[in-house]
Design a protein. Sequence first.
Length: 163
Amino acid sequence: MRKVPKKLLIFALLSLVILSLVIIFGFQALSSAPLYQQGTEEGHGYKIFSLELPSELQAGTKVDGSISLQLWNKISCPTCVQQLLIIPEWDPTNPVCIYSGVPGTYPGELIKRNFTLELPSTAGRYGIYVFRALQYGCPDAVDFFLSEGGLSVASKVKEIEVS
């Protein structure tokens, strides 16, 4: 039985990983500009590639959405635990935790998450915000977000129209 060269095995494995990422996230994460970006490749940061909600948003209903993003740690803290929250402008005391973990240094992790939001009871234009925290878990991240100033410390990444 012939041995396969180690370099060929590594190349095949890396190709499979890249192909899997393309299938899971589409070409979007690899080729298009992010919807929103915070941080640098050397520091903690994230890039949001998409934040999707249904096209028709009725006041007082629950809707399912999804977010695709890349999240990473700074070089000097590769094992830092991070959380990412989605915060609806109409209910900032009720953030949705979409990530809690250790993404590693750049390029970190490519993440796709689904979430549910309860829309406001009043029609209007509202923002969807994100907040990244370095805490030990989602409850700590929510407490930190609220104690640091709420929406004033978060980043608006999308505006929606509720009818």
